[in-house]
Design a protein around this ligand. Structure first.
Ligand SMILES: O=P(O)(O)OC[C@H]1O[C@H](OP(=O)(O)OP(=O)(O)O)[C@H](O)[C@@H]1O
Ligand SMILES: Nc1nc2[nH]cnc2c(=O)[nH]1
Ligand SMILES: [Mg+2]
Length: 165
């Protein structure tokens, strides 16, 4: 989304761990996977959790940047997938791609093109990008901005009544 979102969906560490584990449970039936590719940076945390649960030892990263804060800019590949991993995929290896979320699907499309046969998994999905994902856990509406625990801090919230006492 290019404009500031109307709704917010803040996610705590506990919730993110739980949702990432739920993703691993769902993926277990589809494995075993020979390697995992995490889309940095957001995919790194769910990738660590999924790799631990599914005992995937080979973890590669691909760096794709599409947002500055909440504004979408052009997609840039800042670090491509290592040639050894592409070779594994070409030789029939089963590759799992993990990201934290799919929004418009633009990031997913770019990485899918790099690894056409891979399984693409995210923890969260918005309607526009849902078609790009093979497995996800929770769907949120397109006008929702998801706030991840690594982007949040504990802060004072004024009372619902608006009063100060
Ligand atoms: O479906 P899309 O519209 O492409 O949006 C989804 C992507 O946007 C975010 O990454 P971002 O580019 O903000 O970088 P980050 O992972 O480093 O936060 C998120 O982690 C996904 O990778
Ligand atoms: N943190 C965060 N990054 C995004 N990138 C694209 N959509 C989102 C979102 O809802 N939350
Ligand atoms: Mg990302």
């Amino acid at each position: 989304m290019n404009q500031t979102q109307q709704k917010s969906f803040p996610v705590t560490w506990d919730q993110f761990h739980r949702d990432s584990r739920a993703l691993a449970w769902r993926l277990q039936a589809l494995g075993p996977f020979d390697a995992l590719v995490a889309i940095t940076r957001g995919g790194l945390v769910p990738a660590a959790i999924v790799a631990r649960e599914l005992n995937i030892r080979v973890v590669e990263s691909v760096a794709v940047k599409s947002y500055d804060h909440q504004s979408q800019s052009g997609i840039k590949v800042l670090k491509p997938i290592a040639p050894e991993l592409l070779e594994t995929a070409r030789n029939g290896g089963k590759i799992l791609i993990v990201d934290d979320l799919v929004d418009t699907g633009a990031t997913a499309r770019v990485v899918r093109d790099m690894l056409p046969g891979a399984h693409f998994a995210t923890v969260y999905a918005k309607p526009k990008g849902r078609e790009m994902v093979d497995t996800f856990i929770t769907e949120v509406s397109q006008d929702t901005w998801i706030f991840f625990p690594w982007d949040l801090d504990v802060a004072y919230v004024p009372p619902i009544s608006g009063g100060t006492d």
